[in-house]
Design a protein around this ligand. Structure first.
Ligand code: ANZ
Length: 978
């Protein structure tokens, strides 16, 4: 267990001097007079004691005796509570005490359950943290803190995915070594994350760029090589001459590089590939048991793209219509449509293409090939793009009916999928249909269905009943069969007659695993000088560190920058001593993130990737330890690449016994995107007059002008100009971007409202998984709630605006009502955290605080559990309150409050009230209500008071929970008890 002790002496807040140095705000300024002296001719104004007292800021580092200019006065905002002192103080405490250190090695008590909650670790960009980061990080932090308090051993680490292009581009532009940029960016990210109070175990921090880390990335590569899962192949790559590198398909958009917009061409190059396709079925099947968003699972299924069908051979015909020995093998998922085939298509890169082309078509076909080579697969297959193609001048024979059909070449067929050739059925395939119409190719209908409205203008792509599909020459007849049965019969026929085979295909391609860049993991192999043979470097020589380099610019020849490290490249092969050259390609950015979640379990191990004992402890009942990750939170943009690549590596590691689970991440949650503040636009006609947005049909004809929020008001469900409500505006939230100027910097929010407010706000914006729009006035709301909670517990500020060091909580027994409110809040907050509905958990606490404000006294036994409930959300304030409640250590390991069902039951009863023996009405009371309280309630009741007012009570008979009977004096004039 962890020894928790004070390393910092507890000290009253007043003795901590804290400066705020970054108040360079636009509209809202904190005491800006300190930095910008008041203009010469303004009259000095001081804050009144009263206002200071109300808002409760501290005199010493606020305004006190200093003067403040008239202008800045109106923009000065006062603090709801002294978060600016509380937050750094607790961050220092947590750091100094290593409060969130996860016990390691023998210290760990494995009889306790474990909880591994992980964020997708960030790329430490030069721009620093944006407000999207803390959304996921706060959610995981709440879970981590909650589980810790529930007695779990919690692993909640953070690290850096720090290899990649931006640092290298920066190096090219400025000459600053990527290592330096990376360290600087990491330092900034770490400082920012710490300022948000996340309970990461910083002792486990890792960076993918550290040799101690990438040693194991390289080690995994060697295992892949050993198993034949890493190989070199000549493959067409996206070659970008301007960047001097190949790019992944995802890095190419519309034929240009995503970064920089440079042209990209397809060119064959020798590349390292990883055989992820060997795992296609396992990657597909194991998805079923994962607690992941259905949408991600579906994206992975589509990405893997398993399809079942057949390969069918079509014999190429000679000029005079005779069979030749050339065969075109097509891949089809619809063998049931084979009688509807009216042409074949070869992909422009098909190996048989040039050998079947007729002389007359030769030039046209070669020209077409050349144009196609400049397009990306994505462009070629885009549905809305117009289809193009050329006739090869040659024909093939359909095996099922002997018909001669033309062979075309068209780039909507990809060389890299199936067999690179298709049988085209224009009646039943949209793309073939479009193509056939354009080039006047016949269309034969062979499938019919009730759904199909005999609209022969459109292809029918669904399944149905097969028609027009029999042949006396082949003896095959599939008429009248349903598509599925027909397909089965065709497959059976082609297999029997030697014309083809059943075939399963995958869209998934092997993973291109080399980059012509400097800032990545070196690939740990050498090539022997004599014969080019690939020899892995011995595991004992890992890590193979990146050589220092002064010149990072790409060579432009396709040779990676590392080839400039001449003395590093020239080496000898370890076992034979033969002269050899090192591999100069590096690994892609995805490599380091494929397995980092394992390293967090054992970040400092120098002899193993991860100690088996930490990954999985075999004790009674085969109880696992840190593996797998219980909850993994990150952006939906990683749905396929990262999440598929890491599943692939994990399965390889599983096969070689490094890990014990088939899957790395049990539960994945995608946090939504945070859009920028809503922006309002007004339409203006040519004369510059406003036009209401609802009277505008074609927006393009009107200029749009941005309207500041102050000039906008709501009218019904739409937004209008305040000055002219007949002008409706367009309200839209956009993704935050520098160019739109709608980026919110978390640092600014922290200095204005505090980290707890930022955390609370990001959770309160809406359900974690939804997209949300940023709204600064929304922060004000949670900020006020925190201020109210603070003052509820600490009390009003002293006359100088500071707060006392204690709380107003009293050592008295709570009332039933108080217990009920508390336990309802406990139940709700617990349920909502468990269901990751953090926003509604906050609502429950707000409700509690509202009720608590009505109480005269605040028993400690009510306040303390509430502070614990608040602590996962607003840890700084909670720690401070806990301390002021008289505790001398962190609350991070206090048991999370448990709701007592006894207080959750509705225990009110309807109590009949008799007056002089006759039932005159009822009152709602707690079963435990005392006689006095019941009588009080009765005399306040509208109906009953008529009988009781002004009367003297002779006797009261009260049976708790059953009845109240009041016997009155005959002629009295006074109320006795009230
Ligand atoms: C005849 C046919 C008739 C087809 C019909 C479809 C509908 P999935 O399911 O994605 O695997 N195809 C095969 N190889 C191709 C390639 N390299 N480039 C472009 N298209 C290719 O799709 C398989 C279907 O896509 C195949 O089935 C083939 O067209 C086409 F009514 O064959 B089909």
């Amino acid at each position: 267990m962890i020894q928790i002790q004070w390393l910092l002496p507890p000290q009253p807040l007043t003795s901590i001097h804290h400066h705020h140095h970054h108040h360079h705000r636009r509209s809202v300024v904190f005491f800006s007079h300190r930095r910008s002296p008041p203009p010469k001719h303004s009259s000095p104004v001081t804050f009144s004691n009263a206002s200071r007292k109300y808002f409760g800021f501290r005199a010493c580092n606020c305004v006190s005796s200093e003067s403040i200019s008239e202008e800045s006065k109106e923009v000065v905002k006062v603090r709801q509570y002294p978060f600016h002192e509380i937050e750094p103080r607790w961050q220092k405490f947590w750091d100094a005490n290593r409060t969130f250190r996860t016990p390691d090695d023998d210290e760990i008590d494995t009889s306790k359950p474990k909880f591994y909650v992980l964020d997708m670790f960030p790329y430490p960009s030069g721009a620093g943290l944006h407000v999207g980061h803390p959304l996921g990080y706060t959610a995981t932090d709440i879970l981590a803190r909650f589980k810790r308090m529930q007695g779990f051993n919690v692993l909640h680490p953070m690290g850096w995915d720090a290899f990649g292009l931006p640092a290298e581009q920066y190096a090219i532009e400025t000459g600053t070594h990527p290592k330096i940029t990376t360290i600087r960016n990491i330092d900034r990210f770490r400082t920012q994350l710490k300022s948000l109070g996340f309970s990461f175990d910083w002792d486990r921090e890792i960076s993918t760029t550290e040799p101690d880390y990438y040693k194991w990335t390289q080690w995994i590569f060697l295992q892949l090589l050993k198993k034949g899962l890493a190989y070199q192949a000549e493959v067409p790559v996206n070659w970008c001459p301007a960047l001097g590198t190949v790019l992944a398909n995802e890095e190419v958009v519309d034929g240009v590089s995503e970064r920089g917009g440079h042209p990209v061409i397809r060119k064959p190059m020798r590349q390292w590939m990883l055989k992820i396709t060997a795992f296609a079925d396992r990657l597909l099947e194991d998805l079923d048991d994962l607690d992941w968003p259905e949408s991600i699972k579906e994206m992975q299924r589509n990405w893997i793209g398993k399809s079942e069908g057949a390969e069918v051979e079509f014999c190429v015909l000679s000029r005079d219509g005779q069979d030749t020995d050339k065969k075109i093998i097509v891949y089809t998922t619809r063998p049931d449509t084979i009688f509807g085939v009216t042409y074949l298509v070869l992909a422009p890169e098909h190996s048989l293409l040039l050998s079947v082309v007729s002389e007359t078509q030769q030039n046209i076909v070669e020209e077409y090939k050349e144009v196609a080579s400049r397009k990306s697969d994505l462009e070629r297959t885009e549905l809305q793009k117009e289809k193009s193609g050329v006739f090869s001048g040659c024909y093939a024979r359909n095996p099922v009916n002997g018909e001669a059909i033309p062979i075309w070449v068209a780039d909507y067929v990809l060389g890299s999928y199936g067999t690179g050739a298709i049988m085209a059925v224009p009646a039943h395939d949209t793309r073939d249909h479009e193509f056939a119409l354009k080039y006047n190719i016949p269309i034969h209908w062979v499938v019919t269905s009730d759904e199909r409205s005999d609209d022969f203008e459109k292809p029918y792509a669904g399944e149905g009943d097969v028609i027009n599909s029999s042949s006396s020459t082949s003896g095959l007849n599939i008429n009248g069969l349903r598509s599925k049965e027909a397909a089965a019969k065709v497959i059976e026929w082609v297999e029997r007659t030697g014309n083809g085979n059943r075939k399963v295909n995958y869209k998934l391609r092997d993973w291109l695993f080399a980059r012509q860049r400097y800032w990545g993991e070196p690939i740990p192999v050498v090539f022997l000088d004599d014969n080019g043979e690939i020899v892995p470097i011995p595991e004992t020589e890992l890590p193979l560190t990146l050589p220092e380099l002064d010149d990072f610019t790409p060579t432009g020849t396709g040779d990676p920058p590392l080839s400039k490290a001449v003395s590093w490249v020239k080496t000898v092969e370890s076992s034979s001593g033969k002269p050899s050259r090192r591999e100069t390609n590096t690994m892609p950015q995805w490599a380091g993130s494929c397995w980092y979640y394992l390293r967090f379990m054992d970040p400092k191990n120098s002899t193993q990737l991860v100690d088996k004992k930490k990954e999985n402890i075999f004790i009674v009942g085969n109880c696992r330890y840190w593996s797998p990750v219980d909850v993994y939170v990150g952006g939906a943009e990683h749905a396929v690449l990262h999440l598929l690549y890491s599943r692939f590596w994990h399965k390889v590691l599983y096969d070689i016994g490094v890990v014990s689970t088939k899957e790395p991440f049990k539960c994945v949650i995608n946090q939504g995107i945070i859009l920028g503040e809503v922006q309002y636009m007004a339409c203006k006609d040519q004369n510059g007059n406003f036009v209401s947005a609802d009277s505008v049909d074609v927006l393009g004809e009107y200029k749009q002008e941005r309207i500041p929020e102050e000039e906008v008001t709501k009218s019904g469900s739409s937004f209008v100009l305040k000055d002219n409500p007949s002008i409706r505006l367009i309200a839209r939230a956009h993704k935050m971007s520098k160019s739109r100027g709608n980026v919110i910097n978390p640092d600014d929010v922290v200095s204005e409202y505090g980290a707890d407010s930022l955390r609370l706000y990001e959770m309160f914006m809406g359900p974690l998984r939804d997209s949300k729009t940023w709204n600064t006035s929304g922060i004000e709301g949670v900020y006020r709630f925190l201020g109210r909670s603070w003052r509820l517990i600490v009390g009003s500020p002293l006359s100088d605006g500071t707060y006392g060091n204690q709380t107003v909580a009293v050592d008295e027994n709570p009332s039933l009502e108080q217990l009920k409110s508390l336990h309802r809040c406990i139940e709700k907050v617990t349920d909502e955290i468990e269901a990751t509905r953090f926003n509604t958990g906050i609502s429950a606490m707000m409700e509690f605080v509202n009720i608590a404000y009505k109480w005269e006294k605040l028993p400690k036994s009510i306040v303390e559990p509430f502070v614990l409930l608040l602590s996962p959300y607003a840890p700084h304030m909670a720690e401070e309150l806990w301390f002021r409640l008289g505790h001398s250590t962190t609350l991070a390991y206090e048991p999370f409050p448990k709701a007592n069902p006894a207080y959750l039951k509705d225990t009110t009863v309807t109590l009949p009230v008799q007056i002089n023996g006759r039932t005159r009405g009822t009152i709602q009371v707690e079963v435990t209500c005392t006689e006095d309280d019941a009588f009080k309630l009765a005399s306040l009741d509208e109906k009953l008071s008529k009988y009781l007012d002004g009367k003297t009570v002779k006797k009261r008979i009260y049976v708790s929970g059953k009845i109240l009977n009041v016997i009155l004096e005959r002629e009295s004039t006074k109320v006795v008890s009230r």
